[in-house]
Design a protein. Sequence first.
Lengths: 391, 391
Amino acid sequence: MPIPGQLNPPVRLLLGPGPSDVHPRVLTAMATPLLGHLDPQYLVLMNETQEMLQHAFFTKNRLTIPISATGMAGMETCMVNLLEPGDKIVVCVNGFFGGRQAEIAGRTGASVTQLDAPWGTVFELDRIRDVLSKVRPKVLSIVQAETSTGAWQPIEQLGKLCHEFDTLLLVDAVTSFGCVPVKLDEWEIDAVYSCTQKGLGCPPGLSPVSFSPRAGEAIAKRKTKVQSWYFDLTMVQKYWEADRFYHHTAPITMTYAIREGLRLVLEEGIEARWARHLTHHRALKAGLNALGLDYSAAEGHQLPQLNAVKIPAGVDDLAVRKKLLNDFGIEIGGGLGDFKGKVWRIGLMGFNARAGCVFQVLGALEQCLQSVGCKVTPGTGVAAANKVYAA
Amino acid sequence: MPIPGQLNPPVRLLLGPGPSDVHPRVLTAMATPLLGHLDPQYLVLMNETQEMLQHAFFTKNRLTIPISATGMAGMETCMVNLLEPGDKIVVCVNGFFGGRQAEIAGRTGASVTQLDAPWGTVFELDRIRDVLSKVRPKVLSIVQAETSTGAWQPIEQLGKLCHEFDTLLLVDAVTSFGCVPVKLDEWEIDAVYSCTQKGLGCPPGLSPVSFSPRAGEAIAKRKTKVQSWYFDLTMVQKYWEADRFYHHTAPITMTYAIREGLRLVLEEGIEARWARHLTHHRALKAGLNALGLDYSAAEGHQLPQLNAVKIPAGVDDLAVRKKLLNDFGIEIGGGLGDFKGKVWRIGLMGFNARAGCVFQVLGALEQCLQSVGCKVTPGTGVAAANKVYAA
């Protein structure tokens, strides 16, 4: 067969729902020659990664590790370890990824109760209290940052509530970690999973997870084997503990990447990182509003790192996104599921939460909207953003 | 917390059972900025990767893709997709990884028949015919290159034999792919999994798999959902087909890596690559024998890429391996399971199947063996290797 040419991808600015652009220091780290996965020096890097993850998750949980696969593998890891056939789980579904939680939970043989809310909205504490008291589930799962709608679910009080009913709280932090607060211990979260390709500014490839001692006990008390061998924490955790029992070959280069990504988080300061995401979100939001675009999530529940806006009536979704990509090298996200063709999702995550990205996407959107017949006052998006920056 | 320092791993030569050293061109590819996982240009890279994988596996199988996790995830992918509760599988176990196949198969709810053979030996066709005719399993699984023993299982005739009994043949090619022949179509293999960190000279992080049309039919006919959502091929394959249905975010950087690794395979020519592995194995073997080390697998069944040798009586396993690592920066593997403390495993895989590696490990072993009291004639290992190279 003819051999494909040298790798030569076009330059992109990744402002979709993830992956976001990788920080240059992380890219450099990934070109580093390997250590073996049982090399004493590699074990040091593992320990450092674990400690930085704990720090970034605001937790003392010992079982805080990156799972050796992408974010959705973290979702599966949580479900298959926490649930056994016949266990009860309540899944809160107000978007695409809540639906996924329900799907994956169902494959464990657990009894799944789905609590629904309209896409783009968030759940009230009272509704959750109500379902907890009726169902008395082993686990309640919820998405903190619903990637499909841009809605920001408050979860600060949820852990305490769940524990009143002896329920474990499982949180999807795929799109929140590294962008907005995720405080495991203070908020009494029992299990969490995230990814590397959004708030951490790394490529996709790992799923950081963390489990409270309460969740660890539940896993230790299982009567059946975890259905997945690859995601079986009772085995995986032994590789992360003192005896370093071999389970599978770790994705070493991805450890280099997440370690560098976490170093960047700590250097910046995690609170400063949250503040940075808020600042650029406010600027982007002002600009998008000035261009005539409204958010799909309600005011007060809009994620800073994922700006989902309604596509104006009559505007050709694909035409705009293609022009953005082909003429300006900018990727934004289309809608998923119920929101297909109805929203655009503009991410400002990790390394990409910066003014340069805000200006680029507003400038390019202005021209793309004009090209499909929208009336846009020239310069109005960037001007509105700059007003926020100047304030 | 104090921020860990810049990534600065010591330089190693990875001559264990894998990971092996990454080819410099692959390292460079991994520092390339990302494309989005649905970018039209990324889809081109996916197609190219798939075609090169088919070529390297000698197959036309459409369902030939890299699974988004390390090698053991490929093992799980094959088991959970091919097996349903109540199905029958025969697993051939003559080493650590055969045992793993049995363990993972058991978690699917399948009925597992284990065919045992002593570690270091291989299975005869007649024994397999016998068990097939008795059990009539849906699947027979076997390891082509048993990483724990260095034994090379002949599998050329196995597919035909399995098909006489309407059984699917599943092959572990983790340590064989890219080093020795793996010809899926000619040998009628129905399912295979491998890894990236051995024969392909990439970091760990993907598991190439391939399924014959016959295996694909078996998956399509399933009555139950695949227990793993992340590894569910009925969904994963839609992302690799024309409609590009989103399943999970692909590990983009690892796609860059495997694509470059496969380009190197094709540039060299896959037959030339097998020949190269044989040449350096012969040189290494002559050298190891000259140093007084014997292979643990029988003559005629020794893998070129993984040289498992018996640790001489009275020699301190760890002392030798520590000195190799600390004084010479060379990693070799210790024994696993039944072979713990009994063998060393010296890999010459992918990029590392070259004379420079042979000379280094023979030179360093000579000194390390002397340091623990072995009588070794100075220079004898390298001299023996050079005799082979000169022939």
